[in-house]
Design a protein around this ligand. Structure first.
Ligand SMILES: NC(=O)c1ccc[n+]([C@@H]2O[C@H](COP(=O)([O-])OP(=O)(O)OC[C@H]3O[C@@H](n4cnc5c(N)ncnc54)[C@H](OP(=O)(O)O)[C@@H]3O)[C@@H](O)[C@H]2O)c1
Length: 287
């Protein structure tokens, strides 16, 4: 396997990619954001021209969905401009790119899973910056791979599964929205998926990847309470409207994995199976 540059290796997803790179003894470099700030085009170009990676895996992003509403410029720097620059650098030096995007490029006004060619129409600024990032990348580097995923959770960083597991362990109440439907996705499963792209090198372009099956955030929280052995009655359903959030989120963001499966890429496990496997590790790492 060739030399890999991993960006965002300290994040929820990046940490799982890093684990695989280490476990499989692959040749990689994973600079932290203070060593390589992807917003700095000169630094980025210098870094990649010296390193000469065959692949760039970009897990770096502005992921604060609510924060992007008030800090649109800052989010754009990372999610759009830097991604375009990664594409320009990769094109210039002949590197391949895998970039991660989101189900939040869609508005959720459907009841059918979104395919890679469904029209994107983000409801919030974060989704806008991510959609523009995909476009910027593919415009300069049509050979790039863009993986759209959803509801990521893992060991590192702040994420819903970790937060709710903490509440369940403390037998606290959790009020959780029951009117947004999606697929919780284990960062570990997606990390294997990214590596399968490197191995198989299917047709370039956009690919959806999330767990199979679907649930609401409320059902996900209930499942976490069940696995932890806490009373499920402590989880109460609420509506998105009751949160009075200024950030709109899609009510339905299921992603079709047909293209992924047809390309012979990695397994697409059921969300409940993956959660069952990951939760004990998430809990023990948070202690
Ligand atoms: N989390 C989700 O539910 C979700 C859902 C769908 C799609 N996604 C997408 O999946 C990908 C991974 O998300 P994640 O949840 O793993 O993200 P995350 O945990 O928030 O991690 C983000 C990573 O980006 C790095 N980063 C941020 N700004 C940077 C900069 N200017 N230069 C270099 N690195 C920078 C961070 O490094 P520092 O910590 O050092 O700043 C961190 O390693 C993203 O593209 C995200 O949009 C996430």
């Amino acid at each position: 396997m060739p030399r890999i540059l991993l960006l965002g290796g300290s994040g929820i997803l990046g940490l799982e990619v890093l684990r695989i790179l280490q476990n499989e003894h692959l040749e990689y470099v994973a600079p932290i954001s203070t060593d390589l700030d992807i917003r700095d085009k000169d630094q980025l170009f210098r870094f990649v021209s010296e390193l000469k990676p065959e692949w760039i895996i970009n897990c770096a992003a502005w992921t604060n969905v609510d924060g992007a509403e008030s800090s649109f410029e800052e989010a754009t720097e990372i999610n759009t401009k830097a991604v375009g620059n990664i594409g320009i650098a990769a094109d210039l030096f002949g590197y391949k790119v895998v970039h991660i995007s989101t189900d939040y490029v869609f508005d959720g006004e459907t009841s059918e899973p979104y395919s890679e060619i469904s029209s994107a129409h983000p409801l919030n600024k974060y989704g806008e910056t991510k959609l523009q990032g995909e476009t910027a990348l593919l415009a300069v580097l049509p050979s790039a791979y863009v993986i759209r995923t959803s509801w990521l959770y893992g060991i590192s960083g702040k994420n819903f599964v970790k937060t709710i597991a903490g509440k369940a362990l403390r037998s606290e109440e959790a009020k959780v929205v029951d009117d947004q439907i999606g697929s919780p996705t284990s960062a570990r499963d997606l990390a294997s998926g990214i590596l399968s792209i490197l191995r198989i090198q299917p047709e370039p372009g956009i690919y959806n990847y999330s767990s199979s099956g679907s649930c609401s955030w409320f059902e996900l929280a209930q499942k976490i309470y069940e696995i932890v052995g806490a009373h499920q009655a402590l989880v109460q359903p609420i509506s998105s409207n009751s949160l009075n959030s200024l950030t709109k989120r899609p009510k339905f963001s299921l992603l079709s994995k047909e293209k992924w499966i047809s390309a012979g890429l990695s397994e697409v496990p059921n969300w409940e199976d993956s959660l069952q496997l990951m939760l004990p590790e998430i809990i023990s790492e948070s202690r």
